[in-house]
Design a protein. Structure first.
Length: 146
């Protein structure tokens, strides 16, 4: 398992998007963040952070996963039931894939109705709405700077 395989898995999920945040983390979102999407997983691209993969696992699975060697509570996100995988072999590849699918499903269920409605739009309409939203947010940022 590696960052490229994680990227393939995550981007194959419905309505998944990715961003590069905090300098060296690929963040995977359910829905574009500009329309209210939420992150469900993240990977460390350069290996300088604590762990190689972080994902949401839900309250029930959180404590089960912490019993595995190489998995710990994710810094800053533990109270939201996120875990950090310290090395790629802490879980088998199929387990990682299943955990990512479950993380995606859990986050999708928590999305606001408005965001789910946007995600249900046909691709063309959704893309147009996201472009307009990005323009609006850019204009707001520009107004703050001036």
């Amino acid at each position: 398992m590696d960052n490229e395989r994680i990227r393939e898995i995550c981007l194959a999920l419905p309505h998944a998007a990715e961003t590069l945040n905090w300098g060296h983390h690929l963040v995977y979102w359910v829905g574009d963040r500009e329309i209210g999407g939420r992150m469900f997983a993240t990977t460390d691209l350069d290996g300088t952070g604590r762990g190689v993969l972080w994902f949401h696992c839900g309250a029930e699975r959180f404590h089960e996963l912490l019993e595995n060697e190489g998995i710990l509570a994710a810094p800053h996100l533990a109270r939201a039931h996120w875990v950090a995988v310290e090395r790629w072999d802490a879980l088998r590849p199929r387990e990682i894939e299943e955990e990512l699918r479950q993380a995606h499903a859990l986050i999708y269920e928590k999305l606001p109705r408005r965001t789910k409605a946007v995600l249900a739009l046909p691709q063309k309409e959704r893309a147009k709405l996201i472009r307009e939203r990005k323009k609006l947010l850019a204009a707001r940022e520009k107004a703050k700077v001036v």
